[in-house]
Design a protein around this ligand. Sequence first.
Ligand SMILES: [Zn+2]
Ligand SMILES: [Zn+2]
Length: 314
Amino acid sequence: MVDVAACGVCKTDYHMYHGAFDIDYPQVLGHEAAGTVTAVGEDVRRVEVGDRVALNPTVPCGDCSYCKAGRETLCEDLTSIGGAADTVLDGAFAEKVRAPAGNVERIGDLDFETAALAEPLACCVHGVERAALDHGDSVVVIGAGPIGLLLTQTLRDAGAGEILVSEPVAERRTLALELGADYVNDPTETAVTDAASETLGAVDLAVEVVGFEATVQQAIDLTSPGGRTLVFGVPPEDATVEVRPFDYFYDEVELTGTYSLRPADFEVAVGLLRQGRVDVDPLVTDELPLADLPTAFERIDNSVGMKKIVHPGE
Ligand SMILES: [Zn+2]
Ligand SMILES: [Zn+2]
């Protein structure tokens, strides 16, 4: 049992709040949480009352062949604490949240706001793993929202070469440069394909972090021979893009996707935060009491600010 000190608000919550997923209401959402353990079950050994922890909301079954193969994101019987899954348990937009002992990670003296971003960061860690990043690979990141900026830092930490970030909002471009991008591009001024050939030359990895059909197409189109395209943003289910099979044959390009996180990614993400290798402070623009959650959703609606965090303890 964890007393929730901070819980991030994300697009998934926003979609669920507006009824986009087929879930049973009422439902307590909130899946990016950190807080203090206030009680443990009889058989819990590793976690103690008083531990400051980050909460991993994904609970794979551990039993299906995907789980056994270490591919828990594809689990056939996934449970989520407050997120989207086959089974959804009450989440962390609450004063207290319950979780299996294996789903909390000790954070030492890391502040709770930072620790609350371990979940989205773990998705970035998984994405970089899926992209099979090689040391020195040149990378284009399309989209510099909170996830794009976490991903840029994760790529930098994982040994990427030069990184170009394409983003229409000026403040986000400035942040991208501060957080590890070598170049930024305003796609309303210059096509990202042109910007990439002017700055990077060849593109070893193109990551789409927006979820639009057009930007996924751009990511595919600007991937150089031998390179990879990673679909990270959440596209509409009926979106389609054009690929030329010849490119996959002759140029040995790859198109790959990434979904959610594995338990191992969460542990890595907490480590990155504890070691100060990823800076989340500039991404958090709104901190609100739990009662102001609807305000956070309104601000997402109107594209005001970046990452929003609620504090159920206040
Ligand atoms: Zn989320
Ligand atoms: Zn499973």
